[in-house]
Design a protein around this ligand. Sequence first.
Ligand code: FDA
Length: 392
Amino acid sequence: MNKTRHINTLVLGAGAAGLFAAMHAGGDALVIDHARNPGEKIRISGGGRCNFTNTRTGPECFLGANPHFHKSALARYTPWDFLDLVQKHGIAWHEKTLGQLFCDGKATQIVAMLMGEAQAAGAEVSLQTTLVEIAREESGFRAVIERLGKRETIHAARLVVATGGKSIPKMGATGLAYRIAEQFGLSVTETRPGLVPLTFPDRFSGLSGVALPVRAQPDGPAFEEALLFTHRGLSGPAILQASSYWREGAEIRIDLAPDGRLAEALRAARRTDGRKALKTVLAQHLPARLVEAWAEDHPMPGNMADQSDRAIDALCGALRDWRLVPAGTEGYRTAEVTLGGVSTDALSSKTMEAKSVPGLHFIGECVDVTGWLGGYNFQWAWASGFAAGTAI
Ligand code: FDA
């Protein structure tokens, strides 16, 4: 029988939240992950440049059953704290838009930074390692882990669960955190894909590749960003943002001319371009392929000079309040995040520790706190990891 190894902290998941917690856990921490490499989602994030935080982070940029839960952790570890760390490591960065901070170089710089910091803090990271069993013991947790066919029994005073959500199963997402929560009697709120393209079978395939700035309004806040037509439906930042608020059967309202100047421009064109077709002038303001497709459903007869104020207002009204009911989403296969998760009712907002199971912490994406697109989800991973790590 193998001897039991005693450690202070066992962290499940060497992703953003797990590595960050290990960095602050005061040494004697073992981080295990079944993947070959740590931080794989960091590596592919932000198109390979990692949108590592957002300077506009505020509580309103997160979804979850309790809109107050995340405030405390986010206030104690801010985007500026993470930026200090990035600068300390000499990682060059830039602001892209809307407060989104990206690496100038590769996202793997962030992974290397986290691994270096975690190891310097005395944490050991064991990859290709799975959890076989976990149970509560009087003074902590007993875990059986397996690496390359070899099993080891660990006794840890604290267990930090940071195995993420269900998105992108191809990259190793497993939903283990939810099973552990249920094993220990914690409730898990309904989970569903978030930041995910919306599907409209056979509807927009002819427009695939067309992109334009829009204002997308689900049953929630409105997002003014780009929309992209795809073979399967709609994507682009505005739609990904809206998808997190969308529920099956609900409609999404799209403003295709969000700057509010289209009607005025068309009225002016009656004088300057009176002999041009309405479609031709409209295509100076919207992508031509979209105008063609729009005209199939909404006939646009006549030249500009023929257009009454009423006709212009009706056209702009329809373009600015386009109502669509998506058939569904592309699901976890392409979703950037998982909405819902370990119920925040069950956790301390200061330490992320389960109220009913001392020593058990849940952090990162597995918790029912989900950020908007734009670096907010990593900021939650850092802040919740910091809250748990510093409480250990
Ligand atoms: P994360 O998923 O990072 O880590 C979980 C770890 O647990 C993984 O290493 C996994 O291998 C391991 N694991 C899972 N199950 C296990 C098991 N059964 N046994 C052992 N180990 C297990 N966010 C953002 O703020 N800015 C961005 O630019 C992007 N970009 C982006 C792009 C794409 C394509 C995706 C899919 C996602 C993003 N995100 C993002 C979201 C962001 O990646 C996500 O919110 C964080 O990675 C969550 O961090 P966690 O540490 O909670 O989970």
